[in-house]
Design a protein around this ligand. Structure first.
Ligand SMILES: CC(C)(COP(=O)(O)OP(=O)(O)OC[C@H]1O[C@@H](n2cnc3c(N)ncnc32)[C@H](O)[C@@H]1OP(=O)(O)O)[C@@H](O)C(=O)NCCC(=O)NCCS
Length: 148
């Protein structure tokens, strides 16, 4: 099940995504940043939920003209490997298509095999590298792009 600003309480989306941020990212966003992202013009923001309504993951990005940057996709530990990221990614791409986006791009740590495998499964191609872009630990950023 996909939850959006239109079918779910905004505070629940913000609270859930903030918890997932804290669990999944060393540079996690605050509730205020998550809220800013949810409310921004061109924002693409969805949570996934299980059949009982428990929030399992979230994705967010930003449409700018005919391109979209995917900023985050994350699934909370106990729900990984159950297809929630695929559900989120499919909905994200659908929303981009509905808004006449022609390409999605993103950056990811080179060591992040689960995320890179997910992106490649959806047709994202490695179009560049930013050497030592990430710190703690130091890592290259791989730039991916997908024409949709
Ligand atoms: C990347 C992440 C979102 C995947 O979520 P998930 O719900 O477990 O993924 P799914 O079950 O939907 O699997 C989707 C695909 O991702 C890939 N994948 C997922 N976990 C993987 C793993 N441990 N190793 C390799 N590939 C993996 C596979 O291609 C998989 O498809 P398949 O099951 O048909 O082979 C999750 O591992 C996560 O939250 N990681 C931490 C946050 C993060 O690093 N986000 C990316 C940067 S913003």
């Amino acid at each position: 099940m996909i939850l959006t600003k239109n079918n779910c309480d905004r505070n629940l989306l913000i609270e859930s995504a903030t918890k997932i941020e804290a669990e999944c990212f060393s540079d996690s966003w605050s509730a205020r940043s998550v809220e800013g992202q949810l409310m921004a013009d061109g924002s693409v923001f969805f949570c996934s939920a299980d059949e009982k309504g428990n929030i399992t993951g979230y994705v967010c990005g930003q449409i700018l003209a005919d391109e979209c940057e995917l900023y985050r996709i994350a699934v909370t530990g106990k729900y990984r490997g159950k297809g929630y990221a695929k559900e989120l990614m499919t909905r994200f791409i659908e929303e981009c298509r509905d808004n006449d986006v022609s390409g999605i791009f993103l950056e990811v740590r080179s060591s992040n095999t689960p995320a890179r495998t997910l992106y490649e499964k959806y047709g994202f191609q490695n179009v560049g590298v930013r050497k030592n872009y990430y710190s703690a630990p130091t890592d290259d950023a791989i730039i991916y792009r997908c024409d949709i």
